[in-house]
Design a protein around this ligand. Structure first.
Ligand code: C2E
Ligand code: CA
Ligand code: CA
Ligand code: CA
Length: 278
C-alpha cells in the first residue's frame, strides 16, 4: 500500500484488465521457459543448531526472464498451476534437485537430503510415484536423500491422500508438511498421516517477539511433533535472538536468512566448507 499523506492509504490496485494482461504475458513467457528449461534452482541450507551443521537443503526455483526480469515463484507458480505448465516445471525442479544432490555426493562434498516443493496438481497426479521413481533411477540418487514438501491443504479433504502418501513413502523418500500451523493442524491429522517432518511457518517466528502466543504455538507444535516422532524445522529464522528464543522452545533444526540465503549450486561448496569448520 502506498501512503498518500496523512493517515489515508490508497492501495495501488491494477485494474482487472491490467491483471489479466499481466497474467497472459507471464503465461506466454512461462510456456517458452518450459521448452527451453529457462529456470534455475537455488538451495537454502537447513541447520542443526546444536551441532552447527547443515542437515539438508531446500530447493527453491528461480526464473530470470530477459523481458520480465526476475519473477518470484510466489507469482509464477500459481499461474503455472492454473495453466498446467506446473507439470513440466515441477518435474524439471525435481530432476535438477536430485541430479545436483547426487553430484555433491559423488564429489564427496556433502551427504544430506534435498527438499523439493510439490504443488497441488503434482501431488494429485496419479503418475507422481512413477515420475519420482524414474527421476531417482535416472539421477542415481538414493531415495533417502529426497524430501517432498507438501502443504496440509493439499492432503485435507482429499480422498485417498493417506494412501497416496504411503505409496510415495514406499519409495523411501520422506514427506515434510510445509507452512505448518497456518492450516487446519490437529493432533489427529498428524497421527493419521504418514509424514516425517513439519516445517513451522515463518509467520510464527516473525510474530514471536511481539505476540507471545506465537511462541506458545511453536512450543506446542514442537512437543506434539516430538511425541509423534516427527522432525521439526523452523523456517524464516533471521536473528540470533530468534535462535535463542526458539532454542528455549525446544527447536533444534532451523532454516532462514541468518544461516544462509537460497544460493546457486556453485556457491554451495563454500558454504559447506564454512559449516564444516564450525
Ligand atoms: P516456501 O516453500 O514456503 O519457501 C520458503 C520461502 O521463504 C522462500 O521464498 C525462501 O526464499 C523464503 N525464505 C527463506 N528464509 C527466509 C527468511 O529468513 N526470511 C524470509 N522473509 N524469507 C525467507 P521463495 O524462494 O520466494 O519461494 C516462495 C514460494 O514459492 C515457496 O514458499 C514455495 O511455495 C514456492 N516455490 C518455490 N520453489 C518452488 C518449486 O520448485 N516448486 C513449487 N511447486 N513451488 C515452489
Ligand atoms: Ca517449502
Ligand atoms: Ca514454507
Ligand atoms: Ca509456501
Amino acid at each position: 500500500a502506498k501512503s498518500l499523506g496523512g493517515n489515508r492509504f490508497q492501495p495501488f490496485e491494477p485494474s482487472f484488465q491490467e491483471k489479466i494482461q499481466l497474467r497472459m504475458t507471464i503465461e506466454r513467457h512461462l510456456r517458452k521457459a518450459v521448452e527451453r528449461e529457462g529456470f534455475s534452482l537455488h538451495y537454502q541450507p537447513q541447520i542443526d543448531t546444536l551441532e552447527g551443521r547443515i542437515v539438508g537443503f531446500e530447493c527453491l526455483i528461480r526464473w530470470n526472464n530477459p523481458e520480465l526480469g526476475r519473477v518470484s515463484p510466489a507469482t509464477f507458480i500459481p499461474i503455472a498451476e492454473e495453466t498446467g505448465l506446473i507439470y513440466g516445471i515441477g518435474e524439471w525442479a525435481l530432476r535438477e534437485g536430485c541430479r545436483q544432490n547426487k553430484k555433491w555426493q559423488d564429489e564427496d562434498l556433502i551427504r544430506v537430503p534435498v527438499a523439493v516443493n510439490l504443488s497441488p496438481s503434482q501431488f494429485y497426479d496419479q503418475k507422481l510415484k512413477e515420475r519420482i521413481e524414474s527421476v531417482l533411477a535416472e539421477t542415481g540418487l538414493d531415495a533417502q536423500y529426497l524430501v517432498l514438501e507438501i502443504t496440509e491443504g493439499m492432503t485435507m479433504h482429499v480422498q485417498g491422500a493417506i494412501a497416496a502418501l504411503k505409496d510415495l513413502k514406499a519409495l523411501g523418500v520422506s514427506i515434510a508438511i510445509d507452512d505448518f500451523g497456518i492450516g487446519y493442524s490437529a493432533l489427529s491429522y498428524l497421527k493419521e498421516f504418514p509424514i516425517d517432518k513439519l516445517k513451522i511457518d515463518q509467520s510464527f517466528v516473525r510474530g514471536m517477539k511481539d505476540h507471545p502466543i506465537n511462541a506458545s504455538i511453536i512450543h506446542s507444535i514442537q512437543s506434539m511433533a516430538s511425541c509423534l516422532g516427527l522432525e521439526v524445522i523452523t523456517e524464516g529464522v533471521e536473528t540470533e535472538e530468534q535462535v535463542s528464543m526458539l532454542g528455549e522452545l525446544g527447536c533444534r533444526m532451523m532454516q532462514g536468512y541468518l544461516f544462509g540465503y537460497p544460493i546457486e549450486a556453485a556457491q554451495v561448496p563454500g558454504l559447506a566448507r564454512n559449516y564444516g569448520r564450525t
